[in-house]
Design a binder for this molecule. Structure first.
Ligand code: SF4
Length: 162
C-alpha cells in the first residue's frame, strides 16, 4: 500500500495535516503530522508531501541502528521509537521529505499508513489523497507521483534538487 498524491486536486485546506497530528498526538499540531502541504498561495499551488513507501528505502538503509522496518501487512516503512536514537540520518536522506523529526521526543517519525486505514485519505474531500493497494502498480505510480510533483514545481519556477 502507499498514498497516491495528486497535487492538482489539492485545495490546500490542510485537513490532512490536522487529522494526522490529531491521531498521533490527540491535538491539532501540524508539525507533528506525517503529511505536509507545501503552499504557494499566489499561484494557488498546493503540494502534499508524505512518505511514498519506497521499494528501496534509503531512510532504512542509512539508519545506523536498523530502526526502520517494513510492516509485513501494510508494507509501510515504520520507525521503532525504542530503537531510534534521533540522529536524523533518515530525515536528511529522504529526497521527498518523507521523514520528520520530533524535537520533543528526540525521535524521527513518518507515515505508517495508520495501519492500512489512513486518516488523511478519509478527510481529503477533493480526493487528492488515495490509498493504493497492490504491489504491481506501486513502482509505476510512485514514479508518476514524483514526476507530477517535479513537473508542477518546475512549471512554477521552483528550483528542485531531487
Ligand atoms: S486534505 Fe486533501 S485537499 Fe486538503 S490539504 Fe490535504 S491533500 Fe490537500
Amino acid at each position: 500500500m502507499y498514498l497516491d498524491v495528486n497535487p492538482e486536486l489539492c485545495t490546500g485546506c490542510s485537513l490532512c495535516e490536522a487529522f494526522c497530528s490529531f491521531r498521533r498526538e490527540k491535538a491539532i499540531w501540524p508539525t507533528k503530522s506525517c503529511i505536509s502541504v507545501l503552499k504557494y498561495e499566489r499561484e494557488a499551488l498546493y503540494i502534499p508531501f508524505t512518505c511514498q513507501q519506497c521499494e528501496k528505502a534509503i531512510c532504512a538503509e542509512v539508519c545506523p541502528v536498523q530502526a526502520i522496518k517494513r510492516n509485513a501487512h501494510t508494507r509501510a516503512w515504520e520507525i521503532d521509537a525504542n530503537k531510534c536514537m534521533g540522529c536524523k540520518m533518515c530525515v536528511a536522506s529522504c529526497p521527498l521529505g518523507g521523514v520528520a523529526f520530533d524535537p520533543h521526543r528526540g525521535r524521527a517519525f513518518k507515515c505508517d499508513l495508520c495501519g492500512g486505514d489512513p486518516e488523511c485519505v478519509k478527510v481529503c474531500a477533493p480526493g487528492a489523497l488515495k490509498l493504493v493497494k497492490g504491489p504491481e502498480v506501486v513502482l509505476a505510480k510512485r514514479r508518476r507521483v514524483t514526476q507530477n510533483m517535479l513537473h508542477l514545481l518546475q512549471n512554477w519556477g521552483v528550483e528542485t534538487h531531487v
